[in-house]
Design a protein around this ligand. Structure first.
Ligand SMILES: [Fe+2]
Length: 382
C-alpha cells in the first residue's frame, strides 16, 4: 500500500515538534544572558604557583564496598546501562546524601561500569568545601597546572567554561579536531581515579556531551597473543604539549606547576576489580620505552585508532544542568565533543582525586585467557 503523506498534517506535526523542543528540551538559562553560577566563573592568575602533592598511600574505597550496593542504590528509582561495556545511569539517588559506605560502593560500581551518570543533583549547590569533602573520599584532589579555578577560591575545582565572553578554551582547539581521547592527567606519578564532573549550565539545546570508551574492553577485544605483546611494555606520558599551548597566552599564561613526564605500564590492572586495561592515550602518551620511533608511532597509532573507532565499547553522556558524571579514569578514555555553536555557554567543574600508581599487568606467556574466552573458542581463534 503506498504511503500517502498529508502535507497539512505534516506541517502541523513540524510546528508541534518545534513547540515541544522549546518547552521541554531547552536547558535552563538566565533571561539576561548571565551565567547561572557566577561564583564558578573561571579565574586565571599568571602568578599563582602550587606545590606538587608528592607520593602518598592510596587505599581505594572500592575495596571496602558491599558488592550488592545496598547503600548506594537504596533510593534508586531506575537504573540502566548506556551501553554493554561502559556507562550506567542511576535515577533517584542524590550523591550528596550518600554516606561513607554509599561512596565506597560508588567507587566499586564506577570501577566496574567505567562511568555512572546521576541526574537532577544538588551537588552544584553544596558549596566548594562540602563538594571537596565528598570527592576527597576517593583520594587527595589534583590541582591542575594551568586550567582555571573559581575566583572565590578552591584551586582544586577545575572550571570548564566556554562562552562568547571567554573563548580561551575554544580558541585552543581552533584548526584541529576537538575529539581527543584521553584519561585526565595521565602524566601524574599517581594518576586520577574516581573523578567527578558537575554540569552547571549546558549549551541551549543539545551538544557538549562527553564520549567515554572502556579501556578494559579496548584491551580484551584484542587477540590474546597481541595482548601478551603489550603486557610488560611501558610508555612515557607528558603534558608538555598542553603546557606549550597554554604558554601561547603570553603574559596571561598560567603555569602553576612544572611540566610532568612519567613512565607508566601500557597495560594496567585496576586495584579493586583486578581487570586489565589499556593505558595509553593520544593526548599525553609520547612513546613506547625501548622501541625505535617508527615502531613506537606505529604501535601507538594502531592503539589510538582502536580506541577512537571502536564504538562498540563506548557510550555518550548527555548533560543537563544538575547532571553529575562520575567516572574511573583507570578503566576509561574520554573525549569532549565541542559540537555546539561558538558563543553558547557550557559551564561545569571537575574534581579529580588522585589514586594509585598505575599497576602493571603481569606478562604471562600462556595464562589460559584465550581458552576462557568462549567467543574466541567458538570461533576457533585460540
Ligand atoms: Fe578530560
Amino acid at each position: 500500500m503506498p504511503l500517502i503523506l498529508d502535507q497539512h498534517k505534516l506541517e502541523h506535526t513540524r510546528v508541534n515538534l518545534k513547540d515541544i523542543n522549546k518547552a521541554h528540551l531547552s536547558r535552563p538559562k538566565n533571561d539576561d544572558g548571565s551565567p547561572l553560577y557566577p561564583e564558578y566563573m573561571p579565574f586565571y592568575d599568571p602568578l599563582e604557583k602550587v606545590e606538587d602533592l608528592g607520593a602518598f598511600e592510596h587505599f581505594d574505597p572500592g575495596h571496602r564496598a558491599d558488592p550488592s550496593f545496598p547503600n548506594l542504590l537504596k533510593g534508586a528509582t531506575k537504573s540502566f546501562d548506556l551501553s554493554p561495556h561502559v556507562g550506567t545511569e542511576i535515577h533517584g539517588v542524590q550523591v550528596s546524601k550518600l554516606d561513607s559506605k554509599g561512596l565506597d560502593e560508588l567507587a566499586l560500581l564506577t570501577a566496574q561500569r567505567g562511568a555512572i551518570v546521576f541526574r537532577d543533583q544538588d551537588f552544584g549547590d553544596l558549596g566548594f568545601e562540602r563538594q571537596k569533602e565528598v570527592v576527597r573520599h576517593f583520594g587527595p584532589l589534583h590541582i591542575h597546572g594551568w586550567a582555571p579555578h573559581p575566583a572565590a577560591g578552591s584551586v582544586e575545582h577545575m572550571i570548564i567554561y566556554d562562552h562568547k565572553d571567554d573563548l580561551r578554551v575554544r580558541r585552543s582547539w581552533a584548526g584541529r579536531s576537538p575529539i581527543q581521547w584521553h584519561t585526565d592527567q595521565s602524566p601524574e606519578p599517581q594518576t586520577p581515579g574516581t573523578t567527578f564532573i558537575c554540569m552547571l549550565e549546558s549549551p541551549s539545546t543539545a551538544g557538549g556531551d562527553t564520549l567515554i570508551s572502556s579501556s578494559v574492553q579496548a584491551y580484551y577485544s584484542l587477540s590474546p597473543r597481541f595482548r601478551k605483546r603489550l603486557e610488560g611494555l611501558t610508555a612515557v606520558h607528558s603534558n608538555n604539549d598542553g603546557a606549550a599551548a597554554e604558554l601561547k597566552n603570553g603574559k596571561d599564561a598560567v603555569m602553576r606547576r612544572e611540566v610532568l613526564s612519567t613512565e607508566h605500564p601500557v597495560v594496567i590492572v585496576h586495584p579493586v576489580t583486578k581487570q586489565k586495561a589499556l593505558y595509553v592515550n593520544p593526548v599525553y602518551t609520547k612513546y613506547i620505552v625501548g622501541f625505535d620511533k617508527e615502531e613506537s608511532d606505529y604501535l601507538l597509532n594502531f592503539l589510538y585508532n582502536h580506541i577512537a573507532t571502536r564504538q562498540d565499547f563506548s557510550c555518550r553522556v548527555r548533560y543537563e544542568a544538575g547532571t553529575v558524571l562520575v567516572w574511573d579514569q583507570r578503566v576509561t578514555n574520554h573525549s569532549q565533543t565541542l559540537d555546539y555553536p561558538v558563543g553558547d555557554r557550557r559551564h561545569a567543574f571537575r574534581l579529580t582525586p588522585l589514586a594509585n600508581k598505575p599497576i602493571p599487568a603481569k606478562v604471562e606467556e600462556d595464562d589460559g585467557e584465550c581458552a576462557r574466552d568462549t567467543q574466541r573458542v567458538q570461533m576457533n581463534l585460540c
